[in-house]
Design a protein around this ligand. Structure first.
Ligand code: AMP
Length: 214
């Protein structure tokens, strides 16, 4: 199984991709997580990416494609992309990389969520500073205020979940990422799923299409 998750920031891609990866024993490849790790490790890649991410802009295609190519040389049997590709050039670049490796994408799942709900979800999103577990101050509260249920880490808001940066991330999403749905639709790979429901319902809808091969 080689899947791509498409959807706006805050559409639930990360949550669902992680859960699906666990269920099917696949590798979860989040471009955002890889870039944040590179920033924490102060690698040359992290240094190139940091100011784009802080502004809610996309990191340049060649930088992201280089990072993904390196990741795929780890020869994963099955994988789920989360947050990649985000532009037409990345989608085409991914095709080339997969061709070289003799692989193909089996399905592209697009999580459909309105902008209004995205803005609300991201305003209330908090992440554990230690283990990264995700909470929502309205719908998924921790047992103790601001403390992670699993590791006692402190909860924090992601810098780019700030309201002004979210507006920019949504603009970038509509302009650059949404159009690549057509690229995959024309190949019969795209499946659209309502991502506005609760996490379990969305997960059930996803596993149904994955198990049926659509
Ligand atoms: P995410 O965690 O997927 O919301 O990504 C956070 C930020 O990382 C984005 O706003 C971009 O700045 C950067 N980023 C993640 N994935 C990509 C990608 N495929 N292409 C360009 N920039 C990316």
């Amino acid at each position: 199984m080689r899947l791509i998750f498409l959807g706006a920031p805050g559409s639930g891609k990360g949550t669902q991709a992680k859960r699906l990866a666990k269920k099917y024993g696949c590798e979860h490849i989040s471009s955002g997580d890889l870039l944040r790790q590179a920033i924490r490790d102060r690698t040359p890649l992290g240094l190139k990416a940091q100011h784009f991410m802080n502004a809610g802009e996309l990191v340049p295609d060649d930088v992201v494609l280089g990072m993904i190519k390196e990741e795929l040389t780890k020869t994963y049997r099955c994988f789920i992309f989360d947050g990649f590709p985000r532009t037409g050039a990345q989608a085409e670049g991914l095709d080339k990389i997969l061709d070289e490796l003799g692989m193909r994408i089996s399905m592209v799942i697009s999580l459909e969520v309105s902008d209004a709900l995205i803005i609300e979800r991201l305003a209330f999103r908090r992440l554990c500073s230690k283990c990264g577990h995700e909470y929502n101050l309205k719908t998924r509260l921790p047992k103790s205020e601001n403390i992670c249920d699993f590791c006692n880490g402190e909860l924090q808001q992601r810098h780019d979940d700030d309201a002004d940066i979210v507006k920019n991330r949504l603009l970038v999403y509509h302009e650059k990422t949404k159009p690549i749905e057509d690229f995959y639709r024309s190949r019969g790979l795209l499946v659209e799923i309502d991502g506005s429901k609760n996490i379990d319902d969305v997960f059930d809808a996803i596993t149904k299409v994955v198990d049926n091969g659509k």
